[in-house]
Design a binder for this molecule. Structure first.
Ligand SMILES: [Zn+2]
Ligand SMILES: [Zn+2]
Length: 430
């Protein structure tokens, strides 16, 4: 098997892996301060099948550019992944334009890409006779629609032998309020996997106890409300906003709960396709308590009284949060609770480390109480190791992790014989 890493090699971002020159796993971008980075040296030779693990842009953001470069084949993904990808791609072209970049692709490329999708359910084989291949998707527990993908095919780089490759995508084995954690280790079809590509985002450490994090989060909200403050919760649109709303539904807070930003669209998708969340009924019940906020005028009105506001962006770098922060920053009775990873040079990181944020080139010294919680949607080290041991592949390739995390991880993986940690552009032959 010939496996080339055009991205996500000792980095988090732009996942894009070509197998035997015709099969593609994910096509993501790396989003940073400047221009987004695309997969390196993609050349449309004869890609026959694209598998998309989930909708996050570090796994889908390059699809329109690849279409512009000639990619025309079927894209296998879950129905939810396509629905969320549609929202995120539309937003990303918008963001690139705001940044003053001129993407090489157009809206037409996005529409083309969306027309190539073929829906895949979990836990059953699909045959593609024309290329002697079959594939099976498993719930990956990461965000709604997220999948780990098993492909069995005739490996022309090994005399046409029947072989299996398993790609985890981003995974979480812990149950959250929104998602059921992955449970596929024991599936008999995952025995005898020749090659497994695993993410290692948190390969170097374990997460703090989730229940304790959640209890503390709710306790601080109660405390803030009792002190006549309001609570502002920056949250990613996909997964995190919905997870937070489910947590909030566990308590009977006597103030309104508002949802603003792109999380509204994703929340509606979760309501309409509730087989992709752990408990559809509980989700509907939680959302019944939530009011959607539409525009600046409404925002101005709701900040006049006590409230809990969940809104994008999760790193406080855009979206309605930029509006809310101006009303929230000065009052020490208010709380701003960060709920996810804060990249270097993001406003969220600045707030945590230096106590200020920048909005429209103006600096705001934040007096409100600030705390960050770990509600990660990725498996920690222990869970990753357990999963890999359960599957016990012949060859293990690690990707989607920073070098420090990967180094820590490898030290713990002594029992696995063949470990590959490719660098960008490297071809692994097994
Ligand atoms: Zn992801
Ligand atoms: Zn990712």
């Amino acid at each position: 098997m010939k496996i080339q890493f055009l991205g996500s090699a000792q980095e988090v971002g732009r996942s894009c892996i070509v197998v035997n020159d015709w099969m593609l796993f994910d096509a993501g971008i790396k989003i940073g301060k400047g221009a987004s980075e695309h997969p390196q040296d993609f050349s449309e030779k004869d890609i026959k099948a694209v598998f998309i693990s989930h909708a996050h842009l570090d796994h889908t953001g390059a699809l329109p550019l690849l279409n512009h470069m000639g990619l025309r084949c079927v894209i296998y993904a879950t129905k939810m992944t396509r629905a969320i990808t549609k929202i995120l791609l539309a937003d990303s072209i918008h963001i690139e334009e705001i940044k003053g970049q001129h993407p090489a692709y157009t809206e037409e490329n996005i529409n083309n890409i969306l027309s190539y999708f073929s829906y895949t359910d979990f836990n059953r084989w699909y045959e593609e006779k024309s290329i002697n291949m079959r594939y099976k998707f498993y719930n990956a527990g990461h965000i709604p629609g997220s999948a780990s993908i098993l492909v069995e095919f005739d490996d022309s780089n090994k005399g046409g032998q029947r072989r299996k490759i398993f790609y985890t995508g981003d995974i979480n084995a812990t149950d959250t309020n929104l998602m059921q954690g992955l449970t596929y280790q024991k599936d008999k079809d995952l025995r005898n996997v020749d090659v497994m590509i695993s993410e290692t985002t948190y390969g170097g450490r374990d997460h703090p106890n989730r229940e304790e994090q959640e209890n503390e989060f709710l306790k601080i909200i109660s405390y803030t409300l009792n002190n006549h403050g309001s609570v502002l919760i920056p949250a990613f649109a996909v997964g995190r906003s919905q997870e937070i709303l489910l947590m909030l539904a566990k308590k009977n807070f006597n103030v309104p709960i508002y949802l603003d930003g792109m999380g509204k669209k994703v929340t509606d998708l979760c309501l309409n396709q509730n087989k992709f969340v752990r408990d559809g009924k509980a989700f509907r019940k939680a959302i019944d308590k939530v009011e959607y906020i539409k525009d600046h005028k409404q925002r101005k009105r709701i900040v006049q009284s006590q409230a809990i506001i969940v809104t994008t962006s999760g790193m406080m770098d855009g979206g309605p949060i930029m509006d809310y922060i101006k009303y929230f920053y000065h009052d020490k009775n208010n709380a701003i609770l960060l709920t996810g990873y804060q990249a270097e040079e993001s406003n969220g990181r600045r707030l945590l480390e230096h106590g200020y944020v920048e909005v429209d080139n103006k600096t705001y010294d934040v007096k409100a109480f600030v705390k960050k919680f770990d509600f990660s949607a990725h498996s920690g080290q222990k869970e990753l190791i357990e999963m890999i041991k359960g599957i016990n592949p012949k060859h293990l390739i690690l990707n989607h992790g920073d070098p420090e995390e990967m180094n820590e991880f490898i030290l713990k993986l002594k029992s696995v014989k063949e470990i590959h940690v490719p660098v960008l552009g490297e071809v692994v032959r097994v």
